[in-house]
Unconditional design. Sequence first.
Length: 437
Amino acid sequence: MLERETPRQELSRKIQEKTARTAVVGLGYVGLPLLIEFARAGFQATGIEKDPEKVDRIRRADSYIPDVDAPLLAELVASKRVQATLDESALADCDAVSICVPTPLRKTRDPDLSFVVAAAEAMAPHMRPGMLVILESTTYPGTTEEVILPALEGTGLRAGKDFFLCFSPERVDPGNASFTTRNIPKVIGGVTPACTEVGSLFYQQVMERVVPVSSTRVAEMVKLLENTFRMINIGLANEMALMCNQMNINVWEVIDAAATKPFGFMPFYPGPGLGGHCIPVDPLYLSWKTKQAGHQARFIDLAAEINGAMPRYVVQKVQQALNDRSMAVKGSRIHIVGVAYKRDVSDVRESPALDVIGLLEGMGAVVSYSDPLVPRLQFESRVLEAVPIEDAAAADCVVLITDHSSVDYKALVDRAPLILDTRNRLRDYSAPHILRL
Ligand SMILES: NC(=O)c1ccc[n+]([C@@H]2O[C@H](COP(=O)([O-])OP(=O)(O)OC[C@H]3O[C@@H](n4cnc5c(N)ncnc54)[C@H](O)[C@@H]3O)[C@@H](O)[C@H]2O)c1
């Protein structure tokens, strides 16, 4: 008589045969590209998303994430390999579920895990033996074991035996054409060795390289190390900019020359402040968690302070530049070029442009902006509309915050009367009306 497969054997077989039905909960910058990769690898892929507009757009094969190729999405939707739904009960039919919901900060700057908790609660009623659940959202070490595990084991099923639970940090870099969801090595750690093995087996079907680690806590900490490393080094570059400014040294030239050292140095650049959903936010998850254990994350606190002061420094530079031309900020027309948090993306979350606009308006400036990727900008309780970049010619001062590739910088240099370049994008131009951070 044939022995019945264990849940692990059954799931592993389905994964290898590509008959496992996959799902992604949360179809944003991280979730939609992941869903597409599951489908491209040959799996049936269902996206569960609570925003009806996103579900509708996927059904119409209308990609809202620049990194997701519209013709590919159309092909996968037409063949029904990719589906999207608002209905959480679709989870009941799935074998492998990746959770990609937001992990923002509360107003108090503490972690807001409400989306992760809601996703775990949505999963619980649909759990059955032979399921794999992988949390992808960036969070503090311990979240998978402390938040997801109890919710799923509350069903009476046991992790490592009946179902498999892992954490795998999402390392995607929106707008990066060389490194994408598929070819960025995928770190994964499970709550038990069996969980790590099953989770690794699944991601080996989808990603070019999988890096198993010994626990979910290690996997959670890997992501926080990476983003904390970036945040602190950007903080150092920003402090270098402040010091160089005092000593009348071109910080960009210093960094570029230092970067010629073939070992032991990696260039980071100053800028108008940190932006995006990750670098300004994730290290605060770590500092919050370590504070619970009585340890103060001093590097993180210091870098947050330095980076957080950069928008004010940019505004001081504008004020000084106008003052040198016998003008005040009050009443001046100031044009911001680029409001997305970084080059070639449309994402404005935590963008330093928002702080710079707020500070300038607070001082009485008349602010306009242009951004080829952000036609409208939700700013406090108003919606600002982008103006054509040609309008920069009529401004008293232009502040280049985000250096999108598609902007005609030569025309900007030719037309604008005064430019503060916070990204060194105008490095090839030297003229008295161009100032650098
Ligand atoms: N954006 C990045 O560059 C990036 C990179 C690496 C890691 N991350 C991390 O990945 C996670 C997701 O980030 P993102 O940028 O994709 O966020 P996002 O806001 O673009 O997308 C999250 C999506 O989840 C949906 N959602 C929330 N709760 C839900 C629920 N219970 N059920 C179904 N859908 C739900 C939201 O409507 C939204 O569409 C975060 O933890 C973030 O820190 C983001």
